[in-house]
Design a protein around this ligand. Structure first.
Ligand SMILES: [Zn+2]
Length: 138
């Protein structure tokens, strides 16, 4: 399952070069061409899915099962004391390429990267409603 105009599908197909870190029959990992830090890389499914909710769970598992192994390698090479695993769905959430991808971003103190996290307060009554509504959809 590929999309001819998708840059990640073209990378999987070898039509566009990338710095491949790992690949198997379902998953590809490669260095991000616009890194936020040294070692910033992406894990993608070889098949095209725009957002994670469209993917079969076992393919999500195939992608995410690479995270510990790749994280250890990244930390060993970059000496980063921390890292982010980031996965965006939809343009409003910051997704720039409509092919599911997981970012692994090594982090260092004072690296200037950040994110806004304006935490609110969970209302107990609304939480009860949300739990019922979400569970009804599961
Ligand atoms: Zn694609």
């Amino acid at each position: 399952m590929t999309e001819p105009d998708c840059i990640f599908c073209r990378i999987v197909a070898g039509e566009i070069p990338c710095h491949r870190l790992y690949e198997d029959d379902r998953v590809l990992a490669f260095l991000d061409i616009g890194p936020l830090s040294e070692g910033h890389c992406l894990i993608i499914p070889n098949a095209h899915y725009a957002t994670i909710d469209q993917m079969p769970g076992d393919l999500v598992a195939a992608c995410t099962s690479l995270i510990p192994r790749l994280s250890k390698a990244l930390i060993a090479v970059t000496n980063a004391p921390g890292w982010n695993v980031l996965q965006n769905n939809g343009a409003v959430a910051g997704q720039a390429v409509d092919h599911v991808h997981f970012h692994l971003i090594p982090r260092h103190g004072g690296d200037g990267l950040g994110y806004r996290w304006p935490a609110g307060k969970l209302d107990t009554d609304r939480a009860t409603e949300l739990v019922a509504a979400i569970q009804a959809e599961l």
